[in-house]
Design a protein around this ligand. Structure first.
Ligand SMILES: [Zn+2]
Length: 114
């Protein structure tokens, strides 16, 4: 069976037909398939993720300037504990506690070295 584009009536391959039916519920050739669809959403999603990580990177470098790795671990441990208190996840609270403890230990050590 041959497939045709609904708009220009050109023959389309079964692969294009299946893709078009799955994504747009119409048989459309590549030229008539809507652009700015899922690929754009994915792109903006990736950009948001990139922004999110660059924000985290900024926070980490800020903390590193202020208090070194001890402050990073303290904040990281506190965030993990707070987050997992909401989730009632006991084991990750323990892990967060260990990270927090090491962070505070490093902070105290750094203060003593001053
Ligand atoms: Zn077409």
């Amino acid at each position: 069976m041959r497939h045709y584009c609904n708009q220009c009536k050109k023959t389309i391959t079964p692969a294009v037909y299946n893709y078009s039916m799955n994504h747009y519920n119409h048989a459309l050739c590549r030229a008539h398939q809507p652009k700015n669809n899922t690929s754009n959403n994915e792109k903006s999603g990736l950009e948001e993720l990139g922004n999110f990580f660059s924000q985290i990177g900024k926070v980490i470098s800020f903390l590193n300037e202020k208090g070194g790795s001890g402050l990073i671990l303290t904040v990281l441990g506190a965030v993990i504990i707070l987050y997992n208190l909401l989730m009632f996840n006991v084991w990750t609270i323990v892990v967060g506690g260990i990270i927090l403890g090491v962070g505070i230990f490093l902070l105290i050590k750094k203060e003593q070295n001053k």
